[in-house]
Write a protein that binds this ligand. Structure first.
Ligand SMILES: [Zn+2]
Length: 241
């Protein structure tokens, strides 16, 4: 999956998803000279930010968003990729025709050959399912002529799903078919996760997952040595090199 010249779009439902599930791959893409752009659809102001709400009973939604905005900017800077937040509001995140058209416009404007987003059946968080459904919708209509947007149609990108909710993979039927070795970049990923300070559990949790996925990569993908990995599920099959 990692090779130079790729144009990679990352769609993340909440503030931290892009970093916790795909931060290692993003670092590797950036290191390989690829163009990577990250979009958070929300700031995760409700579902990902209980620590802020618990510490500040009187805080407003906009203040929580501002805290999360600062965090994602620092995390993305550490990963070396630009980020924007569409600020659609989370829990529930609702992506109707207008917002889907905005995602289609983003894809046509960026012309990615690869899109990273949530697992298609990550049903323990409906915002994740809403995101992947809308991203698939946009990814499978972007090449259709006759759908009017500011940008012309572009080729359909490959869509690859990152990890579901931590610990939920067996429940939601997530069976990886692709591993990215993140051993060499994991300390940088961990720094980015630390920047998402509203969720202090992330660095340890995703280190455990990376070590387990690394073992899987060794045992089932012939990736020795690979101490730490991120697991992905490609929707489709890879073309011959
Ligand atoms: Zn999320």
């Amino acid at each position: 999956m990692i090779r130079s010249g790729r144009r990679v779009l990352v769609f993340s439902a909440h503030a931290a998803d892009f970093c916790s599930r795909a931060g290692g791959a993003i670092l590797r893409f950036v290191d390989a000279g690829c163009d990577v752009q990250i979009y958070d659809l929300t700031y995760g102001e409700k579902c990902e930010s209980p620590a802020v709400w618990n510490d500040h009973a009187e805080i407003s939604v906009d203040e929580v968003k501002a805290i999360r905005r600062e965090e994602i900017l620092v995390a993305a800077e550490i990963l070396g990729a630009p980020i924007d937040c569409l600020d659609y509001d989370d829990s529930p995140l609702l992506l109707g025709p207008e917002r889907r058209a905005q995602l289609l416009e983003i894809i046509r404007g960026f012309r990615p050959d690869l899109v990273l987003t949530h697992w298609i059946d990550d049903y323990l968080h409906p915002d994740h399912v809403e995101t992947v459904q809308a991203v698939l919708w946009a990814s499978r209509y972007c090449f259709r002529p006759g759908i009017q947007t500011d940008h012309p149609p572009c080729a359909a990108p490959e869509v690859v799903c990152f990890e579901p909710i931590a610990g939920a993979a067996p429940v939601v039927g997530y069976v990886p078919n692709l591993y990215v070795d993140v051993t060499s970049v994991f300390e940088r990923k961990k720094s980015a996760l630390r920047a998402l300070a509203t969720q202090p559990e992330l660095p340890e949790r995703y280190e455990i997952i990376a070590r387990y996925r690394g073992l899987e990569a060794q045992m089932s993908a012939w990736m020795k040595p690979c101490e730490m990995a991120e697991a992905y599920c490609r929707l489709g099959t890879e073309a011959a090199p």
